[in-house]
Design a protein around this ligand. Structure first.
Ligand SMILES: [Zn+2]
Length: 338
């Protein structure tokens, strides 16, 4: 049994037809976790769809009406890059309910993983890049509205910048500050560090992403790490470590929303970074260790993953659960002395 819950529904599958976004990955991840005895049936909890009132904490009534009534323009549908149908809207509402449940459960158990969600390209007024509803932004606003948290931090490690999230939690204009503890020379990183920082408010947003990739307009996050093409494990992990320590020095959240995209993988069809499957697992561990060390609850969403072999995407996502299990599992010696 895992020391945290996994949120999953059989209805997470998105009916979008043949697509580079393999919506069957959710079921495959669940099956793999069970087959490999990482998880058992009792580790899973089933979400309810988010309510309209919940999603209206982030999205405009005008946009939600269009989703519910089928009133998107052809251009809006094109921008979404997935076909519209009322069924697809229902699935996004369910993933959003999953992220709300994961946030709530993380506050109770210290960690929780939604085996879905991470739709960080959804804006208040429109969706884009396979994202219709910004599920974890909604989850943060719901937790705040219920008085369960005041401040949250998003740590977005998808290969694409979290433009919707950055916009929703709106930050001041970019300030191209260098982080104080960074020594670029030691890791052979570019001399001009690819980090910019803005000011957070009640939600501090971090995004590590490939600079030369979608979205081409990147609204400023609190910290953006604009990585060069081909960035590999060591360099990536150093930047992540740096961004996390800088963020946690300036901001103390009561909840971390970790967006664990599988698409920084070297074999990803929509990404241009060069991380290995092992490097991605170490990335996950780094985030969990930072959250654990600061005693900050962490909820996880999966976000993107478009590896040539869908099995790789599935393995990377399943490894996120393994990494969390390794960090949160009480060690045997601790369990005896506790
Ligand atoms: Zn992505």
């Amino acid at each position: 049994m895992l020391p945290f819950k996994l949120v999953y529904s059989e209805r997470y599958f998105l009916p979008i037809g043949e697509h580079i976004f393999r919506a069957d990955k959710y079921r495959m991840i669940r099956d793999l976790l069970l087959q490999q005895y990482v998880a058992d049936e009792s580790d899973f909890i089933v979400p309810q769809p988010a309510s309209e009132a919940d999603v209206l904490l982030v999205h405009s009534p005008h946009y939600i009406n269009k989703l519910m009534e089928g009133g998107l323009s052809a251009r809006e549908e094109l921008e979404m890059e997935i076909p519209y149908s009322p069924q697809v809207v229902e699935v996004f509402m369910l993933h959003t309910g999953g992220s709300i449940l994961a946030a709530q459960q993380a506050l109770k158990d210290g960690a929780c993983i939604n085996l879905g969600g991470g739709f960080h390209h959804a804006f208040p007024e429109h969706g884009e890049g396979f994202c219709m509803i910004n599920d974890f932004a909604v989850a943060i606003r719901v937790m705040q509205k219920r008085g369960l948290i005041g401040r949250a931090m998003t740590v977005d490690c998808d290969v694409h910048q979290g433009n919707g999230t950055a916009f929703i939690f709106g930050n001041a204009a970019r300030r191209p500050d260098k982080l104080p503890s960074w020594s670029a020379a030691t890791l052979g990183a570019p001399q001009d560090p690819p980090i910019t920082e803005g000011r957070g408010k009640d939600v501090f947003t971090i995004s590590l992403h490939q600079e030369n990739n979608y979205p081409f307009v990147k609204p400023p996050s609190s910290i953006d790490v604009n990585l060069p093409d081909g960035c590999g494990d060591a360099e990536y992990l150093a930047w992540l470590d740096n961004a996390l320590s800088s963020a946690l020095r300036q901001f103390v959240p009561e909840l971390i929303c970790y967006v664990a995209g599988a698409d920084p993988y070297r074999e990803d069809q929509l990404g241009g970074l060069n991380l290995t499957i092992d490097g991605l697992k170490r990335r996950d561990e780094l985030v969990f260790r930072a959250a654990h060390a600061h005693d900050i609850p962490v909820m996880v969403t999966l976000a993107g993953g478009y590896a040539r072999r869908v099995e790789d995407t599935v393995a990377i996502h399943a490894n996120t659960v393994l990494a969390a299990a390794e960090v949160y599992q009480p060690r045997r010696d601790e369990a005896h002395t506790a």
